[in-house]
Ligand binder design. Structure first.
Ligand SMILES: Cc1cc2nc3c(=O)[nH]c(=O)nc-3n(C[C@H](O)[C@H](O)[C@H](O)COP(=O)(O)OP(=O)(O)OC[C@H]3O[C@@H](n4cnc5c(N)ncnc54)[C@H](O)[C@@H]3O)c2cc1C
Length: 400
């Protein structure tokens, strides 16, 4: 496992909170954003490059103890901050956490994504059993949809669950599962075969340690975080662990992703804003040709492009979040936000690395860490090409 570098902890690195004045937010969002920025600057200072599993477990506990994970689940009776997940809140949380510490953002996001199906459609028993522990950080959640041969084409999944009286019997594999290996439970999507394709999939909660369920492989990626391939071999799961109706699992997955897709854009914003911050620091401080780097118009043009790209992505992100919080459909808006913010952040971070020169690719430099962090966001929860298809089809549907 490669080293993980926390971004936080350098004296004088304060996040710019000017966007909290935007009209998308209510006073409670402004309070949340400011309080979290303050907490993150104080608490997320670790530059520990040790065991990523241990770091992640510790971060989940830390976020739970501080109360931030309450925003990742729905239902005040089960530890949630409100009755529904508030999209603007989870976006602000992810943006701020990502600015400070990539793994803290990951820990927060996965508690939400991993338990999202239970928040949205779990039975009262499932909600009471799992959500309070997710909200206080004593249980770690995972979301297991992708397979070796079913990524973008998720309806092609082959992991099966056979009906056997009171239980389902699972056989097959899931891969690229975040928190794989450290999660206490996994929401797993399996083929139950009520109908072909997307209409024959069911969602089940599988607890870690259940006989027939193993971690087949741990996967190492450029920005290390817990990730694994899961294997099920005649794994018996009680039917009481099913979320939603048999054959309705694809809808459960899509509803869950619908909530969290906009938050991926927000995480990209956090990484991008941090890169701009680092780029500005370097441009202001680096002596060059008798001036500083920032005195050159080429540098000013670069900084202008970076800031504009970030604000454009941010406006799309918070429009989608606001619109979803009004109870409106956001299929197109969330896809636009995810595409613009993740692709834009990649360009902004690349520009920040360029401003830092050789130091920008040095292990341990914040921009080097951001350069690795951003890449997967353009792939997971729907690659950019998938978002383009969603937007294009939606436009054509409306135009007809
Ligand atoms: C770090 C990381 C964490 C992840 N965590 C999870 C998790 O917790 N749970 C989970 O279930 N999955 C997770 N995933 C899996 C992720 O959702 C998939 O990687 C993603 O859906 C893409 O699937 P794939 O990797 O099989 O790529 P493929 O489906 O093979 O796609 C490869 C590329 O093809 C292109 N493409 C896709 N569709 C089209 C199209 N229609 N036309 C043209 N080009 C296209 C895109 O550029 C895409 O990147 C994670 C992935 C990563 C990298």
């Amino acid at each position: 496992m490669g080293p993980f570098v926390a971004h936080g902890g350098r004296a004088g690195t304060e996040m710019n909170l000017a966007h909290l004045d935007w009209p998308f937010f209510e006073p409670r969002h402004r309070e949340l954003g400011a309080a979290l920025a303050d907490w993150s600057a104080r608490e997320l200072t670790s530059h520990d490059e040790g065991d990523v599993d241990a770091q992640c477990r510790a971060l989940v506990r830390q976020l739970g103890d501080a109360g931030w994970l309450r925003h990742a689940v729905a239902g005040s009776a089960h530890g949630g901050s409100g009755e529904a997940i508030d999209t603007r809140s989870i976006c602000l949380l992810r943006e701020t956490l990502a600015w400070h510490h990539g793994l803290a953002d990951f820990a927060f996001a996965m508690q939400g994504l991993g338990s999202g199906a239970i928040s949205l459609q779990g039975t009262p028993e499932q909600r009471a059993r799992y959500l309070p522990k997710v909200a206080n950080g004593t249980a770690i959640a995972a979301f297991a949809l992708s397979e070796p041969n079913a990524g973008s084409d998720v309806a092609a999944m082959g992991c099966t669950a056979r009906d056997d009286g009171d239980v389902y019997v699972l056989d097959g594999e899931k891969t690229w599962i975040s928190n794989g290996g450290i999660a206490d439970f996994y929401v797993v999507f399996v083929r139950t075969g009520e109908a072909p394709g997307a209409r024959g999939i069911t969602a089940l909660i599988v607890d870690a340690g259940r006989p027939g369920f193993e971690i087949a492989e741990r996967i190492d990626v450029v920005a290390p975080h817990p990730l694994a391939r899961l294997r099920f071999t005649a794994c018996r799961v009680p039917k009481s662990q099913r979320i939603g109706a048999p054959g309705e699992g694809f809808k459960v997955a899509m509803r869950t992703l619908d909530v969290f897709r906009t938050s991926v854009a927000a995480a990209a914003l956090g990484f991008g804003r941090r890169a701009l911050h680092e780029g500005l620091q370097r441009a202001s401080a680096r002596p060059m040709f008798g001036q500083t780097l920032g005195d050159f118009q080429l540098t000013q043009a670069k900084l202008a492009q970076m800031a504009t790209t970030i604000d454009a992505g941010a406006l799309l992100t918070y429009r989608a979040a606001w619109q979803r919080d009004q109870g409106r459909n956001v299929t197109r808006e969330a896809a636009m936000a995810k595409m613009a913010a993740t692709e834009g952040a990649q360009q902004v971070i690349d520009a920040a690395v360029q401003l830092w020169g050789g130091a920008g690719v040095m292990r341990g430099n914040v921009v080097e860490s951001l350069y690795r962090e951003i890449r997967a966001l353009r792939i997971y929860e729907g690659a950019t090409e998938v978002q383009q298809l969603i937007i294009g089809r939606d436009l054509l549907k409306e135009g007809r």
